[in-house]
Design a binder for this molecule. Structure first.
Ligand code: ARG
Ligand code: ZN
Length: 467
């Protein structure tokens, strides 16, 4: 079994440049036996992800019909064993599996809760690459029973689907190693009734093809991606494509009722992505974009290359937040959910930097305003330890952002901004922990910063005022 991480992975274990993974055990853990663990070893989400292998690539060939709400197709997963395997698991919730094959040979399988256990006909040896194909179909259902997370995963809409899977909703629509510690590249071949659009991550490969009243869209995301960022949003959409001033391809899509917001979404997305590349370092992916669907989820999600806005026309601060996540969360990803402030604190701080850039407010003024409210509940929630039962607490966002501002004041702009660029460059497409960020900040500033981070991230009280 894969043990829970007890300390930060060594830099050598997390800095591999092998896209899609390739580390020996996701947490650098020693594995033994021949049964892959049913969880990846994240203490806050013990059933999420799986142990014993590392996914390199997903090929999702799926058709969806909004009239029947039926999803059908196959997932082909290429992985590498990090231990000998006589059986291993994938995460899958609901849906009916009709066949599983490993390296072309029919494999045994069983279902228990959200675990799909696969028994290949032949033992897989440590280090081997193998390919699993799961044929499945059914009526996907989103997850509604988690505390404080709302509805997430695959949501059937009137004309299609709205898919936002953070933190662990990928399993509602494809069998996966559903945890951000195991990133992989993706190909999508999505078939919908003619007249509808299927939107996934990455870029379209060729023009969509229509045969017998059905259109197939081929999308490829060739950079590693966490499972919660994968999407297949389908329905009626109006689309605008083009290039940003810096030459980056843009794909903007809106549900027809939001047609009046298409140009603004397109223009702001292009402008903000280009601006962030000057602040955070080169944009990590091959295109940028945004999707406004007419399903009111009440939130947005930073789906890789295509943030999605659920039923509202986003103002530029929210677009700035979701696009900042392309660097913080999507390219540089967390290894365990308790470090979520590395995503949300950074994206919220990006909103403050955007306000500063536009001359609307300074980060300092925003920091001071939040600091002044001594009764804010965020002071009792340490953001460096995001809780499974209240993962997206405001503290993870705002106190997380305040942590960065306190750091900026302690080390100065001349170190703070290069630190952001170094962080995104050093861990591009990889996985990180809070300990690694603290270590880099100390290294670049030459200052001891453990007291600052401890007060801001780990104490259940408001830190002493910063000069
Ligand atoms: N990461 C998203 C954002 O900050 C929020 C996702 C919330 N997820 C959920 N299941 N409620 O933009
Ligand atoms: Zn966010």
């Amino acid at each position: 079994a894969v043990a829970a991480p007890t300390s930060a992975p060594t830099p050598a274990a997390v800095q591999g440049s092998d896209p899609g993974g390739g580390r020996d055990g996701l947490f650098g853990a020693i594995t033994s036996g021949t049964i892959g663990a049913p969880g990846i070893g994240d203490p806050a989400f013990p059933g999420d992800g799986n142990g014993g292998y590392d996914v390199r690539h997903y090929l999702l060939r799926l058709s969806y019909d909004p009239a029947t709400k039926r999803l059908a197709g196959s997932a082909t997963i290429r992985a590498r064993a990090v231990q000998d395997l006589t059986s291993f698991n994938l995460d899958l919730r609901g849906l009916t599996v009709s066949r599983v094959a490993v390296d072309g040979a029919t494999a045994g399988f069983g279902r228990q809760g959200d675990e799909l256990t696969i028994r290949p006909a032949y033992r897989i040896s440590k280090g081997d690459r193998f390919e699993v194909t799961v044929d499945y179909s059914g009526l996907p259902e989103p997850i509604r029973d988690y505390v404080n997370l709302g509805t997430y995963g695959f949501v059937a809409t009137a004309d299609g689907s709205f898919v936002t899977s953070e933190p662990n909703g990928a399993k509602t629509w494809f069998p996966s190693n559903d945890h951000p510690a195991d990133k992989a590249t993706y190909d999508f071949e999505i078939t919908v009734p003619a007249g509808l659009t299927a939107i996934a991550n990455g870029e379209l490969d060729g023009e969509p093809k229509t045969v017998d009243g059905k259109t197939t869209f081929v999308w490829r995301e060739k950079h590693p991606m966490a499972s919660y960022l994968a999407t297949m949003t389908t329905g009626k959409f109006e689309i605008r494509t083009g290039k940003s001033d810096k030459g980056l391809p843009i794909y903007a899509a809106v549900a027809p009722v939001f047609r009046g917001s298409l140009d603004n979404l397109y223009t702001e997305t292009a402008k903000i992505t280009d601006y962030w590349s000057t602040v955070f370092g080169p944009y990590p992916f091959s295109s940028t974009g945004g999707v406004i669907d007419d399903y009111s989820s009440g939130y947005a999600l930073e789906n890789q290359t295509k943030p999605i806005y659920g039923g509202f026309s986003p103002e530029s601060g929210i677009i700035a937040h979701e696009l900042a996540h392309q660097w913080f969360g999507d390219s540089v990803s967390i290894t365990r959910w308790k470090d979520l402030w590395l995503n949300e604190g950074f994206a919220t701080y990006a909103e403050w930097l955007w306000a500063e850039h536009r001359g609307e407010a300074t980060a300092e003024a925003l920091f001071k305003r939040y600091y002044a409210n001594a009764a804010d509940p965020m002071w009792t929630y340490p953001p460096g330890d995001a809780r499974a039962t209240d993962l997206f607490n405001n503290s993870v966002y705002v106190r997380g952002a305040m942590t960065l501002h306190a750091l900026r004041k302690a080390i100065g702009d001349a170190v703070f901004f290069p630190l952001l660029k170094k962080w995104t460059a050093e861990h591009r497409y990889g996985n990180v922990t809070t300990e690694q960020f603290v270590a880099l900040a100390e290294q670049m500033s030459g200052k001891k910063l453990t007291a600052l981070f401890d007060a801001w991230l780990f104490q259940p009280r408001r830190p002493a005022a910063v000069a």
